[in-house]
Each structure stands twice: as C-alpha cells, then as structure tokens.
Ligand binder design. Structure first.
Ligand code: FAD
Length: 106
C-alpha cells in the first residue's frame, strides 16, 4: 500500500498549487474540469479511508470552483478538516497564497 503521509503531502502540494494558479475568472471548461478533478478524488484516491472521509466532507461542502480565491479558500478548509481529524494544528487560510503562490514577503 502507498505511504499515506507522503502521498498526502504530494497531493496537498498539487491541489493547493493548482488552486493558487487557477484563474480568478475561469472559463466554463476550466470550471468543469476542476470540478471533475475534485469529484474524482473520492473515487480514485489510493487511500481508501481518506477517500471515504473526503466523500462525506464534499457532500457537506460542495467544491466552489467559481474562481481562484474561492477555490483556494474551499481547499484550505477541507485540508483543515483533515488536520483537525488527525489532531494536527489548523492552518491560517489567510496565508494560503504566501504558502503556495507568492512565498513569504521579502
Ligand atoms: P500535510 O497535512 O500533508 O500538509 C502539507 C503542507 O501543507 C503543510 O506543511 C503546510 O505548509 C500546508 N498546509 C497545512 N494545512 C493547510 C491548509 N489547511 N491549507 C493550505 N495549506 C496547508 N491521512 C490520514 O492519516 N487519514 C486520512 O483520513 C487522510 N485523509 C486525507 C485526505 C486527502 C484528500 C488528502 C490529500 C490527504 C489525507 N491524509 C490523510 C494525509 C494527511 O492530510 C497529511 O498529508 C499527512 O498526514 C502528512 O501530513 P503533514 O503534517 O506532513 O502535512
């Protein structure tokens, strides 16, 4: 079975970075592809208990693919839900761009 921690770090890196560079005004095609990407995770993610937690979480909190800031915020909150469940500290969602896009100020 895969290393769930390494898989998690790699997946969060991919998802947060992709959200950080998602357009502020996505085209309908970009929106529908982002929605497909997110909706496929509960079906394809190779950690079955992670996938089923995510499926339940997405039912309560449908993805917001309307633009970069909304998507980044939605994803940060979903990651915080996992952090909370695992007893890890919550991340300050105001720092999402600093962590995943811009880097620290000077
Ligand atoms: P990670 O949680 O992997 O975070 C990587 C980096 O992201 C952090 O160092 C920090 O800089 C940044 N970060 C942290 N929180 C946020 C946030 N809210 N927003 C933006 N950036 C942030 N593991 C399990 O054991 N059980 C599960 O059920 C489970 N479900 C998962 C579901 C999904 C969809 C994914 C992608 C992963 C899941 N994992 C699960 C893995 C788990 O979330 C961690 O990736 C893993 O435990 C490694 O944690 P870490 O402390 O190295 O940092």
């Amino acid at each position: 079975p895969p290393d769930v921690e390494q898989l998690g770090r790699a997946t969060w890196t991919f998802l947060h970075t992709t959200a950080a560079y998602y357009p502020e005004r996505p085209t309908p095609v970009q929106r529908s592809n982002m929605l497909s990407l997110l909706r496929s995770l509960p079906i394809l993610y190779p950690c079955s208990w992670c996938a089923s937690h995510l499926e339940e979480n997405i039912k309560d909190h449908p993805p917001d693919v309307s633009g970069r800031l909304a998507l980044s915020r939605w994803l940060c909150e979903r990651h915080n839900d996992v952090n909370e469940r695992l007893g890890k500290p919550r991340f300050d969602c105001a720092k999402t761009d600093e962590r995943w896009k811009d880097g620290p100020a000077d």
